[in-house]
Ligand binder design. Structure first.
Ligand SMILES: Cc1cc2nc3c(=O)[nH]c(=O)nc-3n(C[C@H](O)[C@H](O)[C@H](O)COP(=O)(O)OP(=O)(O)OC[C@H]3O[C@@H](n4cnc5c(N)ncnc54)[C@H](O)[C@@H]3O)c2cc1C
Length: 499
């Protein structure tokens, strides 16, 4: 076999997956048809949960150096923005950063960890047998055939992996298109984000880089133009004048395009040895800036599970839990992007304007705002836990960063424990018994840490020991009040590996 895993497609999701697999010492390659990262960035915003997973792997600080942070996100461009600052997270903000920069950072990391990144390779076919996957591709040197134990389709909306695996892509075609232009402004707007909705249409303007701004609008008179019809500078200028009354001295278009609201989801994310992730698994109108974010979160979910399988210690049902956990999350995502499209893309009548202003008013209520902010930030995702673990409020939730104190008194971040991509067994009771159980265990598929809480943290006050998954979700927590703490911990550790 040439590789353990072949990742088809080296966009953000493919590169993230390659990094996660290489981190676990899996022999992985990425086959990407583009010779270099595309300079045209679709995604511009990274949200709190994605920033947290980047932080878990030590990648966040690099991205922060390049991008620009903003304390809010948005839902359907409503006037009341979503307040991320109230989210219980050390990444309670959006990061504006061009997708190309995110992709470059992820590619570099994957390479440094030993992934084989093969560019200029167009995958033509992907087939599987009972014991391997065969990929046929064309490149500079002609046609090549590669084999691997598994393959992942991270090859975007038109995924060849999805098609060849005969996985249905259920949903609806586009009913409207929006216009987008990355341009230079002679007199840029004073605010970081401009957002307006009126009877002439919906428009948003955000920064792309020091030089460029992105203009996106839905013009009711032009929203049935097909996606592949080129956008002109004049179309952008006149739309801005109509909807905003200002063109900010627009010039020098860097990239102009149209995109639609086709909404589809793969019926299943796994077919035998083949998996789907990112846009290959789901597409939707890019409302609220969520597509790349969820794709990266999926890569975090699938990476360690597939690595555990390749290394031979995954429990029987671990690989199937990828679809079981992520499909419902993305069903909700597709629902929220459809609702946003209804709110800002289809009806520009006075009633629609009133509806928006009513919802905008409701979002002034902190509870309502928090509910939507957590959804867009993806911090509300919670997974089911195994049946016979102790019940605890933290089970299945994400680990928000907490500060810990080591036995020698140093304060450190809980996220630092996740750099190696392993399970973390966190003992907060400073007892020697847990340490002894751990040292007697046959398998060591986790990192053991004994520490105390540096500050009081809601939900953690009674925790004796917690096991946290490599992707930062709490597998279980055992309370000090539990009758038989030690056997609970022993059982909980046994469950994470096969046999
Ligand atoms: C206008 C717009 C704005 C957006 N803004 C945001 C945002 O702010 N935030 C956000 O989170 N998301 C946003 N998105 C969505 C985001 O861009 C996508 O969800 C993201 O790019 C998906 O990443 P991916 O790696 O799954 O797929 P892609 O980025 O599509 O990458 C797939 C890769 O596979 C390669 N490939 C395809 N077929 C083959 C083949 N046969 N052989 C070899 N290689 C192949 C392609 O060349 C490509 O590099 C936006 C989308 C649009 C259209």
């Amino acid at each position: 076999m040439d590789y353990d895993v072949i990742v088809v497609g080296g966009g953000p999701v493919g590169m993230m997956l390659a990094g996660e697999l290489a981190l676990a010492d899996v022999k992985v390659c990425v086959l990407e048809k583009l010779e270099a990262t595309t300079p045209y960035s679709r995604a511009l915003s990274i949200h709190p949960r994605t920033l947290e997973i980047m932080d878990l792997r030590g990648l966040k600080s690099e991205l922060l150096k390049i991008g620009k942070t903003l304390p809010t996100g948005h839902f359907a461009g409503l006037e009341t923005r979503l307040d991320f600052t109230v989210i219980d997270s050390s990444s309670n903000y959006s990061l504006f950063i061009a997708q190309s920069e995110t992709e470059k950072a992820l590619e570099l990391r994957a390479k440094e960890l030993g992934a084989d990144i093969r560019r200029g390779i167009d995958v033509l076919s992907v087939t599987q047998s009972s014991d391997c996957v065969e990929v046929i591709a064309s490149g500079d040197t002609g046609q090549i055939t590669l084999t691997a134990a598994y393959a992942i389709g991270a090859d975007g909306a038109g995924s060849i992996v999805r098609k060849q695996a005969n996985i249905a892509f259920n949903g609806t075609d586009a009913t409207l298109t929006a216009v987008q232009g990355d341009v230079v402004f002679k007199s840029p707007p004073k605010t970081t984000v401009v957002s307006s909705f009126n009877e002439k249409g919906m428009i948003m303007i955000v920064p792309v880089s020091k030089e460029l701004h992105r203009v996106v609008f839905i013009d009711p008179e032009r929203n049935s133009i097909p996606k592949d019809e080129p956008v002109t500078l004049e179309e952008l200028r006149s739309g801005m004048i109509r909807m905003l009354g200002d063109d900010y001295g627009i010039s020098d278009p860097y990239w102009m395009t149209r995109f639609g609201n086709a909404t589809r989801q793969a019926e299943r994310y796994r077919e035998g040895r083949l998996f789907l992730a990112g846009d290959a698994a789901h597409i939707h109108f890019p409302a609220g800036g969520q597509g790349m974010n969820v794709g990266l979160q999926e890569a975090m979910n699938l990476g360690w599970k597939l690595a555990a399988e390749v290394k031979g210690w995954a429990p029987e049902d671990l690989l199937d839990s990828y679809h079981a956990e992520r499909f419902p999350v993305n069903t909700t995502l597709l629902r929220n992007t459809k609702v946003q499209t209804l709110l800002f893309g289809t009806d520009f009548s006075p009633t629609a304007i009133h509806l928006r202003s009513m919802i905008s008013d409701l979002l002034l209520s902190p509870d309502a705002n928090y509910r939507l902010a957590s959804q867009i930030a993806a911090v509300d995702v919670q997974y089911n836990v195994r049946e016979n673990v102790s019940s605890h409020l933290l089970n299945g939730r994400r680990l928000a960063e907490i500060k810990l104190r080591s036995q020698n008194g140093d304060v450190f971040s809980s996220y630092e424990l996740f750099r190696e991509g392993k399970y973390v067994l966190l003992n907060l009771a400073s007892d020697k018994i847990t340490e002894t159980i751990v040292s007697n265990l046959q398998h060591q598929h986790f990192k053991f840490a004994s520490a105390t809480l540096s500050d009081q943290v809601n939900g953690w006050e009674d925790v004796h020991t917690a096991l946290i998954r490599p992707d930062g979700y709490i597998a279980w927590a055992v309370s000090v009040a539990e009758a038989d703490v030690i056997s609970r911990i022993e059982l909980g550790i046994k469950q994470i590996s096969r046999g």
